[in-house]
Design a protein around this ligand. Structure first.
Ligand SMILES: *Cc1c(COP(=O)(O)O)cnc(C)c1O
Length: 614
């Protein structure tokens, strides 16, 4: 079969467990293989648990106890889990996960490999090495590398760790081997490019590198002089944790306003940088977000890259990290089967050829396309397989553009284990974490091999979620309710860059933003665990607040569009938003969507009626 013909529906257990029998049959085969593997090792060894022991009362009672406990686990999970598999779930970044990933995870868990070191997990460590290269290829990093992390928060922390250590290296070199940086001012040293720093390291002996690393930011001094870490207002809160833990401190984090589409304003970024530079404050780095957590907005990474090129001519340089925890996998929509970035003019044609979308619409704007392309110029990228990779938790990831960056955070001397060894890295030495599940690597590896990281595989899957998001957006755009004579309007936030759709309800004519916020919060209560057992709920969503301390006036245009003025916006201080991350691989089909749209509409109407009659 050519990859073009991959049928996504075959790869999920299914809303009504349509592929359940297949799932069970493959799982049973895999378990049998594991049991056989145990039995076949050293056939001269006798079983140690005898039939007689199995017949004993204590043994039987112990088994019963185990069954009871598992029954309790089952009861708790069945009554307290979120039915994210259903097209009635329009909430958090959660959905069906890929069957090959669940199967590989479960199977590999039986082997319990620890990917901290190759020797404790040869099979899954090799898979993680390959997955790391998949990440790098997905982002266009030719000499790159990557690995799986526990989650996106850890990957972001690691990104800041790279930036911090790197920024401090030239000053450390000045102490250890001043002749290498002779004639350079401290300002110039704090503005060296990543390529130049990594090239310079190659001129040092292994022992000198260790001495330099010991005098780098790792030593703990001068953390503040490394400068500011610049993020958009839409940043994930993990950046604050990262700045805290990495030791630069929250005061070094500067946030840049976003525009009406919740994308970073690059002219504001330039202003921020120029005013810092005027005070001789260096720029430690800039974060661009691809798929913001609350809006799915895609920052103009290409413009950030252009700005950096411009500033480089003025002797200013910053590290660029792309936080694509959510949106990273969507880059596969732009890659052909040879891993080339598809020219924009051919995109619709190729998408049609591969069946990425059912309808030929302008789902992907040129801005978003350009932003995704430019990720290849970043130093590092966060990507979460457990979000748009449709992999079970917990699977985050990071990719770096230049594999040499690894050595600036690593914790063993490079020469201890690189000499002559062809084996994959001693992962624990190069990353933040120690022990880590080999099962996760098997899971991601299996998914990447069933669904290639290009337009034929993941691109097609993610296309379905994007198309579903647009169906939902169109549905909300034409929706209103009449509840006991009161007209309820529906206000979608923005045409989605990607696949998150936000909206609010308002009573027509209401001029009180606080009251509108209450209405939307109450709706969330009705559409979540807040209103009783979630399994009984027929429409589930999530919510967030866009509040002035985080967002400044970026939401003002939106609330003005609903009918509030700036004074009312300042009085309320926030707007409460309902939020749907549309990951479902099922709602791309217009007919299926329309069936559910009817059900969602009546569920919404019922909830609004309950709220307004209280
Ligand atoms: C989800 C998310 C994170 C954090 O990832 P976790 O896997 O939840 O730790 C970071 N940044 C963005 C943009 C995200 O959407």
């Amino acid at each position: 079969m050519s990859n073009k013909d991959i049928n996504i529906d075959a790869l999920f257990i299914g809303e009504k467990a349509e592929n359940g029998d297949m799932f069970k049959s493959i799982l049973t085969d895999l378990i049998d293989e594991h049991l056989g593997w145990r039995q076949n090792y050293m056939p001269q060894d006798k079983p140690l648990i005898s039939e007689k022991e199995k017949d004993s009362a204590e043994y039987q009672e112990t088994v019963e106890k185990m069954r009871d406990v598992l029954d309790e686990v089952s009861t708790r999970l069945r009554s307290n889990s979120v039915p994210w598999h259903s097209p009635r779930y329009w909430g958090h970044m959660n959905s069906e996960t890929l069957m090959p990933a669940i199967l590989a995870y479960t199977y590999a868990m039986l082997w319990n490999g620890n990917n901290v070191a190759y020797e404790s997990s040869p099979g899954t460590s090799q898979m993680e090495e390959e997955v790391g290269h998949d990440f790098a290829d997905m982002f266009g990093f030719k000499d790159g590398w990557g690995h799986i992390s526990a989650d996106g928060s850890i990957a972001n922390l690691e990104g800041l760790w790279y930036a911090r250590n790197l920024k401090s290296l030239p000053m450390a070199i000045k102490e250890v081997k001043p002749e290498l940086v002779e004639g350079k001012s401290d300002w110039e040293l704090l503005n060296m490019t990543t390529d130049d720093i990594l090239d310079m390291l190659e001129e040092l002996s292994d022992e000198e590198i260790d001495a330099v690393k010991a005098r780098s930011a790792r030593g703990g001094e001068n953390l503040k002089q490394l400068g500011k870490w610049i993020v958009p207002q839409t940043k994930h809160y993990s950046w604050l944790k990262a700045a805290d833990i990495i030791g630069i401190g929250l005061d070094q984090v500067v946030s840049v306003p976003v525009d009406n589409n919740y994308r970073m304003k690059v002219d504001e970024l330039e202003k921020t940088i120029r005013s810092l530079v005027a005070d001789k404050t260096p720029i430690l780095g800039v974060v661009g977000v691809v798929g913001s957590t609350e809006e799915g907005a895609v920052d103009p990474i290409n413009e950030i890259v252009e700005l950096r090129k411009k500033l480089m001519k003025e002797g200013i340089y910053f590290y660029l990290h792309v936080d694509a925890a959510y949106g990273g996998y969507a880059r596969t929509m732009f890659l052909d089967e040879d891993n080339n970035f598809i020219p924009y003019k051919d995109l619709k044609k190729v998408h049609k050829e591969y069946g990425v979308f059912q309808e030929e619409k302008d789902y992907i704007s040129e801005d978003v396309y350009n932003a995704f392309k430019a990720i290849e110029d970043a130093e590092s990228v966060t990507v979460d397989p457990h979000k748009m990779g449709y992999i079970p938790y917990s699977a985050g990831g990071i990719a770096i553009r230049d594999i040499r960056l690894r050595n600036i955070i690593s914790y063993f001397a490079t020469y201890v284990f690189e000499k002559g060894s062809k084996a994959p890295s001693m992962l624990g030495a190069y990353i933040l974490e120690g022990s880590k599940a080999g099962a996760t690597a098997a899971s991601v590896w299996a998914a990447h091999h069933v669904l290639p990281l290009n337009v034929a595989g993941y691109g097609k899957l993610i296309g379905k979620s994007v198309e579903a998001a647009h169906h939902f957006y169109d549905f909300l755009s034409n929706l209103s309710f009449n509840i006991d004579g009161q007209e309820i309007e529906v206000h979608p936030l923005t045409n989605p860059d990607f696949n998150i759709v936000d909206w609010t309800f308002n009573i027509k004519g209401n001029k009180d933003l606080v009251k509108m916020n209450e209405l939307n919060h109450k709706f969330y209560d009705e559409a979540s665990f807040m209103s009783g057992p979630i399994y009984n709920n027929d429409f589930i969503t999530s919510h967030t607040d866009f509040a002035i301390p985080d967002y400044g006036n970026s939401p003002l245009k939106y609330v003005e569009g609903i009918g509030y003025d700036e004074k009312e916006w300042n009085r309320a201080g926030k707007v409460t938003i309902l939020r749907a991350c549309v990951l479902t691989p099922l709602m791309y089909d217009k007919k299926h969507f329309e069936e559910y749209a009817e059900k969602i509409k009546s569920a919404m109407e019922e909830k609004l009626t309950r709220i307004l009659s209280k």
